[in-house]
Write a protein that binds this ligand. Structure first.
Ligand SMILES: CSC[C@@H](O)[C@@H](O)C(=O)COP(=O)(O)O
Length: 361
């Protein structure tokens, strides 16, 4: 990603520590922090300094390396995995990454584990970047198709939450297609759902689109259906925290409502996901554990005060309770296609398409 013309990743190894962009400070300040222990990494994931399914997978992998640096025993490995998995339950990438690490590392002598853990975490980070680049090339074709159908008109894309650079190591998933299309000179515009309660759209997606020079407009979460009825949205592209075997898409709360509105208005709805976001163990989205976050995220909003400092303001009565489910499931029947690094598949063909990639035994 380019920030003020400088190249950045969201997370990287620096010697025996990990550096990451603290997303809770964006869009007003670009702050990088150093993480030196498993406890600090768990806190960074839970408090959403790092967030987004692919990024928390890689962050957890680095968390394993930090844990082993403190203690490389089998017990420490097992304990680190349990602590990391408990930070955020919905995105499958996190559990996938730590299980992958655990399996390989347990088989090694203790003396080899730390070095290998860093190598594996760096490799997962690099794989994320290359998968996202490939997703972008796949999605660009869809946008180019829309542009070719109406050459004089801008292609309007709606996205929800943040599935851009910031949700990954670099490149983004849903926004990878947007960046690829923009870089290819296609005339596009992005409608950015603000994405209450944590406003990942308003704070993060808008910020990174602005950094890249992509035309965009922030809208309230409730505006999308109206814009669809007005013919102002050509396609919806979102990311996902988990896609189940049948093609159900679990993503940020509110995605389901956008998919329903898109379906009613015959607007294509796509989810862009790298392979580690597909959970082959689960057949249906109903089995996914939906993270319940602190009700204070609904009761308060964070923004910049007139003094330039971050402030929290309460927006609901002191007497009222709030509920904060962080994700929802969009059933496969509302999904036009899953954009992956291997191709774009209708949900019902996802499993079959992937089986075709695996070598026959
Ligand atoms: C490429 S990211 C896909 C999803 O992880 C993203 O859309 C999302 O829902 C992020 O949720 P968050 O709670 O901000 O981690």
């Amino acid at each position: 990603m380019r920030i003020n013309e400088q190249h950045f990743r969201t997370i990287w190894q620096q010697g025996d520590r990990v550096c990451l962009i603290d997303q809770t400070q964006l869009p007003f300040e670009l702050v990088t922090v150093e993480v030196t222990s498993l406890v600090q990494m768990c806190h960074a994931i839970r408090s959403m300094k790092v967030r987004g399914a692919p990024l928390i997978g890689v962050a957890a992998a680095y968390g394993m390396a930090l844990a082993l640096q403190e203690n490389a025993s089998d017990g420490s490995l097992q304990g680190a995995m349990q602590q990391l998995v408990a930070t955020r339950p919905t995105a499958v990438n996190l559990a996938w990454a730590v299980q992958h690490m655990r399996q390989q590392l347990l088989a090694l002598p203790i003396a080899k584990r730390v070095e290998t853990a860093w190598q594996m975490a760096n490799m997962l980070a690099d794989e994320d970047v290359s998968q996202n680049l490939a997703i972008g090339q796949q999605g660009k074709v869809l946008i180019a198709g829309k542009a070719a159908a109406n050459p004089q008109q801008t292609v309007h894309i709606l996205t929800h939450c943040n599935a851009g650079w910031l949700a990954t190591v670099d490149g983004g998933t849903a926004l990878a297609s947007v960046y690829a299309a923009h870089d290819a000179g296609l005339d596009i515009h992005v409608w950015v759902d603000e994405t209450r309660p944590r406003n990942q759209g308003a704070s993060l997606t808008a910020w990174e689109l602005a950094q890249h020079g992509v035309p965009h407009t922030v809208i309230t979460d409730n505006a999308g259906g109206h814009l669809m009825q007005q013919g102002q949205i050509d396609m919806v592209i979102v990311g996902a925290d988990r896609v189940t075997r049948n093609g159900d898409v679990c993503n940020k709360i509110g995605t389901y409502l956008k998919a329903l509105a898109a379906y009613d208005n015959r607007i294509p709805f796509y989810a862009a996901v790298p392979t580690p976001t597909i959970d082959w163990q689960l057949v249906h989205g109903a089995a996914i554990e939906i993270e319940m976050r602190d009700a204070d995220e609904v009761a308060y909003m964070q923004g910049q005060g007139s003094d330039g400092k971050l402030q929290k303001v309460r927006v609901i009565p002191h007497e009222s309770r709030a509920l904060n489910p962080a994700f929802d499931v969009t059933p496969a029947r509302l999904v036009t296609g899953i954009i992956t690094e291997r191709g774009i598949f209708p949900p019902e063909q996802l499993q079959q398409a992937y089986t075709a990639f695996e070598p026959k035994s």
